[in-house]
Design a protein around this ligand. Structure first.
Ligand SMILES: Nc1ncnc2c1ncn2[C@@H]1O[C@H](COP(=O)(O)OP(=O)(O)OP(=O)(O)O)[C@@H](O)[C@H]1O
Length: 702
């Protein structure tokens, strides 16, 4: 049970004044938490940190104020010019001046009486807002603040700027966050006093207060001690949670899994290729782990297209040889089906029975799969989250393979292992995560890496092209499909939305169909499962040759004869995503290409991202670049791009704290494995604060 001390932070944001369902929905777009099914809480709001400040101490004068800049002016009011009676489309204007020039303050749908009271003619006022120059004439539309010069202390001199989204103003967000700050409870400190002193950290509540009430621009820098404190807390919570999971997994001893190699041999014989050296090496590492009485906790890391699936299959074969069952969990249904399609025929040749279980298996199919798992007649099951369901019982699950893209939390990984008697666990990831992130996301897992790609792969040619010149692609695509090749066409969003005008997949589907006829297919996230399967099948089997898709195909889809991928609005994607997408081609013997269509003008970061894509295909290089570029705080969609999986910590600024936090976590648990001491109790609060409830559940009562 979560201590009631934390209640104020876990209250829904709708408990704040002025936050109805509509505002709440907007706020949920900007909070840094991955909310999933839950609603935003006051704590999420507090973790929404300003990325900038408006500094009103700097007062350039009208003539010195740049177009578009937020400025503060000291003005004398000259005259009011209300709109002509009955004409609501003409704004109310107030003219004013300072020593350097004249300005018009402009108000639409204004209350004349109110403005007259706020800005009497002849009065000195301070005004703050966005400067606009129209035909050389300065103006300001709806200033953010207007205050009498004498009482200027009513005007905040330094004001935080938060990430916003259309419909949510800075003013509203500041007011709401202001209320959240009032609710910060006083908490016992969970940090070791010596660590805190050495790092110059304020307390947790003070850190939050400081960041939301900056006194100078540097106060909201990720390098400020307040921000570093929160980042450290987040790292510590993560490291504690991973260490607890590890302790828990290792607490239960596994059992040695060995076999006679017969099933493995049969599968190898059925493969149309031989394994790469890298695959052999990884498999040997895995088999060695399986043979140990200790439980395996291993990460199989391999760049896109490096051939992880077959390694997993052979590991599962070993599990079956040893007399048990194996499960492979995929993050999406499309992937689960694809894995089954790869695995089932090979498994069959080796005399094994493979089955699938997702949310879509219903009725008789589902019950017979459940029965097969329970009586052991099914050797290998591939599935999605559905594998966690209570009704799923295995006769003897000895190996759980989790194929993931940061999509399963630690808790879910554990949930699948709870289905067996301390089964071994293999996690597969295609993201070539930098070392630092491996530590944050997976803790102390053992790592196998696939460092080489299967033989015969050709480099992918990557080009960039402005969207307006899209027509140039038609000829190239026609040639490719006439030659029997296939094309992916990626669109970023399913529907046009007002704020982000992106050609929708449906619209693109229609235009391409017009151009190329019936060979065009469509798959997107809003389609029903069966429709998605059908679209994928048709593309795989060649009935369609161009597949218009949203990013549902980002992870793991394998159609080796696809040779061109076109990515529309490539500037909107992150590097890791682009790399994943590009990895859908270049999987066969034919030369492949990737076309990144972009919208001019490109921002600096987007430009850099696209050139990284042109320069390299190496996932590790790309992931390192990705981290560097994230540092520049460009907005991706509406959410601020931070470090994946983190709310406040930013690995590019805070990496130095990560190892300290890991050592701290180890020390803490070696002294107080169940967090029972006074400090241990405080650390439990920390775990809750950063959403690590599952780690608290692993602790024995205390
Ligand atoms: N040793 C090999 N030689 C030739 N082809 C191979 C080899 N190993 C795997 N493949 C093929 O390479 C393709 C990619 O394999 P797989 O789908 O397992 O990649 P992956 O590592 O899961 O990549 P991604 O994460 O991009 O899905 C598949 O078509 C597979 O059949």
């Amino acid at each position: 049970m979560r201590p009631s001390l934390l209640d104020p932070l876990f209250a829904p944001i709708t408990s704040l004044e002025g936050v109805g369902p509509k505002v709440a929905a907007l706020i949920e777009k900007v909070v840094p938490a991955d909310l999933g099914e839950r609603r935003a809480r006051v704590g999420d709001l507090l973790f929404t940190l300003p990325h900038q400040v408006i500094d009103r101490r700097n007062r350039p004068g009208i003539a010195g104020a740049a177009q578009g800049a937020i400025v503060t002016l000291e003005l004398r009011i000259d005259r009011h010019q209300p709109p002509p009676r009955g004409n609501r489309s003409v704004p109310y204007r107030v003219f004013a001046h300072d020593d350097t020039g004249e300005i018009a303050l402009t108000f639409f749908h204004a209350h004349a009486a109110y403005l007259e009271k706020q800005m009497p003619v002849g009065e000195h006022v301070v005004v703050s807002g966005r400067m606009e120059w129209f035909n050389g004439r300065p103006s300001m539309v709806h200033p953010d603040h207007i205050a009498p010069l004498s009482g200027a202390d009513s005007l905040p001199l330094v004001e935080p700027v938060y990430p916003l989204t259309a419909g949510l103003s800075g003013k509203v967000l500041r007011r709401v966050i202001g209320q959240a700050v009032e609710r910060i409870p006083s908490l016992p400190d969970w940090l070791d006093a010596a660590v805190a002193r050495k790092q110059g950290f304020p307390s947790f509540p003070d850190a939050l207060r400081k960041l939301h009430d900056p006194q100078a621009p540097l106060d909201v820098s990720p390098e400020a001690s307040a921000w570093r404190r929160l980042a450290y807390d987040e790292f510590l919570a993560g490291q504690l949670s991973l260490a607890l999971v590890r302790a828990n997994v290792k607490r239960l001893s596994g059992r040695p899994l060995t076999g006679d190699g017969k099933i493995e041999d049969a599968i190898r014989k059925a493969l149309p290729y031989s394994l790469t050296g890298s695959q052999e090496f990884a498999l040997a590492e895995i088999n060695a782990d399986l043979a140990e009485p200790e439980r395996m906790l291993r990460l199989l890391q391999g760049d896109v297209g490096s051939g992880k699936t077959v390694v997993a299959l052979l590991a599962m074969a070993r599990a079956v040889e040893a007399g048990g069952q194996a499960a492979l969990m995929a993050p999406t249904e499309i992937l689960a089906r694809q894995h089954l399609a790869t695995i089932a025929p090979l498994a069959e040749r080796a005399g094994l029975k493979a089955a699938i279980l997702t949310g879509r298996e219903k009725g008789r199919d589902r019950s017979s799969t459940l029965a097969g798992l329970a009586d052991g007649s099914i050797d290998i099951v591939v599935g999605t989250h559905a594998l966690f369901q209570e009704q799923v019982v295995f006769r003897d699950l000895v190996l759980a393979v989790v194929d993931e893209q940061h999509r399963f939390g630690v808790h879910q990984r554990l949930a699948i292992t709870a289905k067996g008697d301390a089964p071994d666990m293999l996690v597969m990831t295609a993201t070539p995560i930098p070392r630092t992130l491996v530590l944050t996301a997976f803790g102390d897992m053992d790592v196998s890496r696939l460092t080489e790609k299967p033989a015969g792969r050709q480099p992918i040619k990557t080009v960039t092209l402005p969207l307006e010149r899209m027509d140039q692609l038609v000829g190239r695509i026609s040639e490719a499909i006439a030659d029997g090749q296939k094309v992916y066409w990626i669109c970023p969003l399913v529907e046009d939305s007002d704020e982000i005008k992106v050609t929708s997949a449906e619209e693109r589907f229609a235009t391409l169909k017009h151009e190329f006829g019936d060979v065009v297919g469509l798959v997107h996230g809003r389609m029903k499962g069966a429709e998605k399967d059908e679209a994928m099948r048709a593309f795989k089997e060649g009935e369609t040759r161009i597949l218009v898709a949203t990013t549902v195909i980002e992870v793991g889809v394998d159609v080796p004869d696809a040779t061109i991928i076109v990515i529309e609005h490539a500037e909107r994607f992150g590097l890791a995503q682009l790399h994943q997408l590009r990895g859908r081609v270049g999987r066969g013997a034919k030369a492949s290409s990737c076309v990144l269509l972009y919208k001019d003008p490109l921002g600096e970061t987007a430009k850099r991202r696209l050139s990284v894509m042109r320069e390299t295909e190496d996932g590790f290089v790309i992931s390192e670049e990705d981290l560097k570029l994230r540092g520049e705080g460009e907005l991706l969609g509406t959410r601020q791009s931070g470090t994946p999986g983190f709310q406040v910590a930013r690995i590019e600024f805070h990496a130095d704290l990560l190892e300290v936090a890991r050592d701290d976590a180890r020390l803490i648990l070696s002294r107080d494995p169940d967090l029972k001491s006074e400090r241990g109790q405080a650390l439990r609060l920390l775990l809750y604060l950063f959403g690590r409830d599952e780690a608290v559940r692993l602790l024995r009562a205390g």
